[in-house]
Design a protein around this ligand. Structure first.
Ligand SMILES: C[S@@+](CC[C@H](N)C(=O)[O-])C[C@H]1O[C@@H](n2cnc3c(N)ncnc32)[C@H](O)[C@@H]1O
Length: 199
């Protein structure tokens, strides 16, 4: 089996890394949800060696992720774990969670499920970072995002770009406070939340 390869990861990894350098500087253990190929994981884990980067994804993606991790042979990328947001979640806390390009692939009920279950894996001061294309104020931020949304929906009706405000509302419901909503290259966004202290 050849390593799976997503060209987009080569384009977006350094802009994302710049955000993670800032917001994950004081973090220790990251759970990545929907690691995909594993390319982001090896790039971020190599650049941020103070972190333990825990990949996860649906079981069918784990063999490809393992190939990337084995090739990189880093000391801070444990064996990837199976995590479908609809199924069983890890039973231990992480002080950071990262997910890229997943919320428009999951159906909305799965996005809701993700934020429902998220608190169960968050340490008290956890930071959550999500990257991808979003609508803002109910509108697409570019023609290319509108076209991408239409392509997704034509192939799979449950997929599609999410409203950043609707996702933030789910995050607030999960006890997270918005820290940053940053416009990124190619009409993407990186949104960072911090677990709000218990009232
Ligand atoms: C477009 S890929 C993004 C992969 C990678 N994060 C990246 O940015 O290249 C979407 C990812 O979401 C994952 N995904 C979709 N539905 C999921 C679910 N219900 N639970 C967990 N992961 C899911 C897929 O398996 C896939 O890895």
């Amino acid at each position: 089996m050849d390593k799976p390869y997503a060209p987009s990861c080569d384009r977006n990894r350094d802009p994302i890394l710049a955000v993670l350098r800032e917001h994950f500087a004081d973090r220790r253990e990251v759970l990545e949800i929907g690691s995909g190929t594993g390319q982001h994981a090896v790039h971020f884990a190599a650049a941020l060696p103070h972190l333990v980067w825990q990949c996860s994804d649906r079981p069918e993606n784990l063999p490809g992720i393992r190939l990337w991790l084995a090739d990189a042979s880093l000391g801070n990328t444990p064996e990837p774990i199976a995590l479908d947001v609809n199924g069983a979640w890890p039973t231990r806390p992480y002080d950071a969670v990262f997910s890229a390009n997943t919320l428009h692939i999951m159906g909305w009920p799965e996005v809701e499920r993700l934020f429902e279950r998220l608190p169960s894996v968050l340490a008290a001061d956890a930071v959550v970072a999500v990257y991808g294309p979003f609508k803002v104020g109910g509108r697409h931020t570019s023609e290319s995002n509108a076209a991408f949304d239409a392509t997704l929906k034509a192939k799979a009706a449950h997929q599609g770009l999410r409203d950043v405000e609707a996702v933030d509302a789910l995050a607030q419901g999960a006890g997270l406070a918005l820290a940053v909503d940053r416009a990124m290259p190619a009409n993407n966004r990186c949104i960072v939340w911090r677990r709000a202290p218990a009232a």
